[in-house]
Design a protein around this ligand. Structure first.
Ligand SMILES: NC(=O)c1ccc[n+]([C@@H]2O[C@H](COP(=O)([O-])OP(=O)(O)OC[C@H]3O[C@@H](n4cnc5c(N)ncnc54)[C@H](O)[C@@H]3O)[C@@H](O)[C@H]2O)c1
Length: 328
């Protein structure tokens, strides 16, 4: 027994010494390692024919994440139906048509059942069916998406912690993000069921749908609700071959974040504690030398993957497309 014990002791000491040497070596190397920023996927990149023959509805397609996804979906072969309460949705449709794609804009307020039903009716009239939907329309506060930021005029509709929050701020955010997502999902699902060929839906949550965030309770509550709705629908429609997932991003460069940064600057100036008071950067944003936000094209890449046949085994999941925000 004794020699075996001595032998294993010797091997252990040898391994520990080697480990110690390796750690020293790694520490020395680390000091000299070249740091790298991660380059965002090119805005012109797409997977040819991945969505060939598909018809996709995109709510909130006038700008931001919805617009980029609409453009890339068309490049991948889909006919695109853009829904938005802003008339600029027509400009997205025109951009797609100029590139040789097929697109229709239907002015839609997702809070309205009639508008959501009309959206689907128009899509089917124009393209004969629907296959996919990105339910992306949403707001960060109670103001109209088309209005420029003006703290004094909009104060009552802007984010603040619960004790100071107005009914109007709460109601507007919940009406759009929760009820609007439900109503647009319902119209889409009714059509997909009628067609009987399955389909795929992606909803848009946020890091605010996965964790708490400072100073914007209605937004956080609304995005948690979107994620609940997503999981619930995934269960109810799996038997019909309809997959439902959500994407949950951190700061992504869009008109919504432009407004959020203006807002955060303004409340800081006024000495009000509010949004942006706690964690403010994703892992990738904090490690990037320019503190780069995610781009709309990075979001479109994941969204369209989830809507494509490549994601045939994925449903009921909440994907953090958040540059590592929820990892720490
Ligand atoms: N940009 C970000 O950093 C970020 C982070 C997390 C989640 N999100 C979510 O991503 C989605 C897209 O946001 P974005 O950043 O592109 O913002 P955005 O404001 O640029 O785009 C949102 C679009 O939704 C439309 N919309 C809002 N309410 C509507 C309604 N009632 N009916 C029809 N259309 C309506 C707006 O007009 C706008 O075109 C939103 O759901 C948002 O909450 C964005």
């Amino acid at each position: 027994m004794k020699p075996i014990l001595n032998q294993s002791l010797f091997i252990s000491i040898l391994l520990l010494t080697q480990l110690g040497n390796m750690q020293k070596l790694m520490a020395q190397e680390k000091a000299g390692f070249k740091k790298n920023n991660i380059t965002a996927i090119d805005s012109n990149y797409f997977s040819k024919d991945r969505l060939k023959g598909r018809v996709i509805i995109i709510t909130g397609g006038a700008r931001g994440i919805g617009r980029a996804t609409a453009i890339r979906a068309s490049r991948e072969g889909a006919s695109v139906v853009i829904a938005d309460w802003l008339p600029q949705g027509e400009a997205t449709a025109q951009t797609i048509r100029k590139e040789g794609g097929k697109a229709l804009f239907v002015k839609t307020d997702i809070r309205s059942t009639a508008d959501c039903n009309n959206l689907v009716t128009q899509a089917v009239l124009k393209f004969g069916k629907i296959d996919l939907a990105l339910l992306n329309a949403g707001v960060m506060d109670g103001t109209f998406s088309g209005d420029a930021f003006d703290y004094d005029k909009q104060k009552e509709l802007l984010p603040t912690a619960v004790d100071a929050a107005s009914d109007k701020y709460w109601d507007n955010v919940i009406d759009i993000n929760v009820t609007g997502t439900f109503k647009s999902m319902r119209s889409v699902l009714q059509q997909l069921l009628k067609q009987g060929n399955g389909g795929a839906i992606v909803t848009v949550g946020s890091i605010a749908g996965l964790t708490g965030l400072a100073g914007n309770p209605a937004y956080v509550a609304s995005k948690h609700a979107v994620n609940g709705l997503t999981r619930s629908a995934a269960i109810d429609y799996a038997p019909y071959g309809i997959r439902v997932n959500s994407v949950n991003m951190a700061a992504t460069e869009t008109p919504m974040t432009d407004k959020a940064f203006e807002f955060v600057k303004e409340v800081k100036k006024r000495g009000i504690t509010g949004m942006g008071g706690a964690k403010t950067e994703s892992l990738l944003m904090m490690n990037d030398t320019k503190h780069r936000m995610a781009t709309v094209w990075e979001q479109a890449a994941v969204i369209l993957f989830l809507l494509s046949d490549e994601a045939s085994n994925l449903t009921g999941a909440l994907y953090p497309t958040d540059g590592g925000w929820t990892a720490y």
